[in-house]
Design a binder for this molecule. Structure first.
Ligand code: PLP
Length: 428
């Protein structure tokens, strides 16, 4: 049996950095990434046979835990019928109908293979539908690795963005305006300056790529109001929050708090594929009709709506609609973060935590941060030693302080208790 270290060395010879997505490399926390051999329910097992309680769940998709019997059966059956045809299938309709039933802000949806593809296409659709070029994004929100989205704020208020990645040209970043999350004043100023040139604003309603930061109600209300007033489209990136924080996504949560609230375009991923490569974007019919083959906005994909992926997504969406599913998941997640907060208090460690549905975040600071700059003031050394102590104790948290955590339906009371027992030592 090869060790994690041996596998990492071997991987590093043939795969850049030994990983196929950077955060897996443990660069933020140091140490050797665990190579996962298999998952079962709430657990993953590494190449050395060590078991971990899994709070990453493939970064969100595994809301039912690993190897859920109904999902496994659906996937196995679909695989036996054929992996891919490059022609339409009935299951794509079923999945689209299921998604639309749960998300009333959309009349139509287009299926793609990754969140990156979905947000990229949503931006193109917004630009095509409005005939405008510029758009707003917020610091700390991640929308996949499309050129125009790998952009950070320039110096000064509401200036155009600078690439955050080599290989992204200034031209690709030139129409992206990057603002601070939860800053209504800056948003107003940006709309005053560029309002009639803005195709859309793209935002994570609960930002899960800077740990866990909610859009405040005044901020979300201002987003809706300003987009409507200036003819820009509001794009909610629910790749992480969709079917994870509530059955109807974060937009259902905000619609309860802000009467009449709805986005113009919604983007989904992660949970809707149940662990298979599948994502989607959707909107009202008037907007979606701009897409090829109906309209002039080109968008396509060889494996889009893949028959095995759609089977996995459908089976997952059916399970999470069972009565009491989200109530139980939310209660369990609350129990975890309340428990962690209590342990931190016992140990005199500054701590704050928040959750919605099966998504959570915690901070080694006394108050919940409202934006990326504050998140990044976290005591990194302390976080990293906490992370490694938990990992050694068999609890797999996200290997970076700016990532959210996820609880699945498979996590048991015993798993939560074991996690809190580990934290009691790790937070000392
Ligand atoms: C994960 C994520 C993406 C990118 O999805 P991929 O499937 O990794 O391309 C986009 N937006 C948000 C909010 C995400 O969390």
């Amino acid at each position: 049996m090869a060790s994690n270290t041996e596998l990492f060395e071997r991987a590093s010879r043939v795969i850049p950095g030994g990983v196929n997505s950077p955060v897996r490399a443990f660069r933020a926390v140091g140490g050797t990434p665990r190579f996962i051999a298999r998952g079962e329910g709430a657990y993953i097992y590494d190449a050395e046979g060590k078991r971990y309680v899994d709070y990453i769940g493939s970064w969100g998709p595994m809301i039912l835990g690993h190897g859920h019997p109904a999902v496994l059966e659906a996937v196995t059956k679909a695989a036996a019928e054929g992996f891919s045809f490059g022609a339409p299938t009935e299951r794509e309709i079923e999945l689209a109908e299921e998604i639309l039933k749960l998300v009333p802000s959309m009349d139509q949806v287009r299926l793609v293979s990754s969140g990156t593809e979905a947000t990229m296409s949503a931006i193109r659709l917004a630009r095509g539908a409005t005939g405008r070029a510029k758009f707003i994004k917020f610091e700390g929100c991640y929308h996949g690795h499309t050129d125009a989205l790998l952009v950070k704020a320039g110096s000064g208020l509401a200036t155009f963005g600078h690439p955050t990645s080599a290989g992204v040209t200034p031209g690709a970043a030139a129409d992206t305006v990057v603002l601070e999350y939860n800053n209504v004043e800056q948003l107003e100023a940006a709309f005053a300056q560029y309002g009639d040139q803005l195709a859309c604003v793209i935002v994570e309603p609960i930002a899960g790529n800077m740990n866990f930061v909610r859009a405040s109600l005044p901020f979300m209300s201002a987003l809706r109001r300003l987009c409507t007033a200036h003819g820009a489209l509001l794009v909610l990136d629910e790749v992480m929050t969709g079917f994870r924080v509530a059955l109807g996504g974060a937009q259902a949560h905000y619609a309860r708090l802000i009467p009449g609230f709805a986005p113009d375009i919604s983007v989904f991923g992660k949970v809707i594929g149940g662990g298979m490569p599948l994502a989607a974007f959707g909107a009202r019919r008037e907007v979606m009709q701009h897409l090829a083959p109906l309209g002039g906005v080109y968008q396509a994909g060889t494996l889009s709506g893949n028959p095995v992926a759609t089977a996995c997504g459908l089976a997952t969406l059916r399970e999470i609609q069972k009565p009491g599913f989200f109530e139980a998941l939310s209660a369990k997640t609350c129990q975890l973060i309340d428990g962690l907060s209590a342990v931190a208090a016992e140990n005199g460690v500054p701590f704050s935590a928040d959750s919605e549905g099966g998504m959570f975040g915690f901070f080694l600071m006394p108050e919940l941060p409202q934006n990326y700059a504050t998140v990044m003031t976290t005591d990194k050394t302390r976080f990293n030693s906490f992370f490694h102590a938990m990992l050694d104790a068999g609890v797999y948290l996200a290997p970076a302080l700016y990532e959210a955590g996820f609880v699945s339906a498979a996590h048991s009371q015993a798993d939560i208790d074991a996690t809190l027992a580990a934290a009691r030592t790790a937070l000392r």
